[in-house]
Write a protein that binds this ligand. Sequence first.
Ligand code: PEP
Length: 253
Amino acid sequence: MRKKIVAGNWKMNLDYAGGISLFSEIVNMVRDEKKGDQIAIICAPYIHLNSLAKLGGDVVKIGAQNCHQNDSGAYTGEISAGMVKSVGCEYVIIGHSERRQYFAESNELLAEKTVKVLANGLTPIFCIGETLEERNNGTYFDVLKTQLEQGVFGLSADDFAKIVIAYEPVWAIGTGLTATSDQAQEVHAYIRKEIAAKYSSEVADETTILYGGSCNPKNAAELFAQTDIDGGLIGGASLKSRDFVDIVKTFNS
Ligand code: PEP
């Protein structure tokens, strides 16, 4: 059985006190209200990770939103996977479209980061997704395939089995435009088919594939009910405790 995951991505929001306060609310609500074996994760800015990992315990897991591809050295302003691991993080988002767009992160660089994250015993949440132009001109399957091939298909089957994939159509992130459940399912099924072709149907069946892009408590149930959608990567709605926990609870029944 593949894992069901709801991961929040706080992006560059919340000062220290604000992060502790929101996270404490989320932990209490998840502890009281979550019924299934779904995993709740918050991917927070670096300043929060140490404190949140201690507060979250087994109730809410912690992830970083990025890390550097090297272990240490003269990379002013950067944070390594080992550093993230040392404060109790278990997950790292790799290749979010905002990193690809604003920080020019290439598939090749993201492949290096993924290897480093795995080498440190962390789980990469590897993001792929097409732009609106690529969706409209019909090249989106090719774009997604290239992102997979260059980003993660260099991994051994054993390592690939440890990662989580997040499909996040760029046109749906922070825009209020959600992919329809049919559009999302079509792509998730395609991703799983490509994983099966590269590795095996067993590996594909076990891979958790999240949907991200304006997911909220109203649309989560329909999206997560799709055969190949195993949960969500949640931006805006993860900044509201009630909304985030209601999305987590989509898996309660
Ligand atoms: C994201 O940033 O990963 C995301 C999906 O954002 P939003 O939910 O706000 O669209």
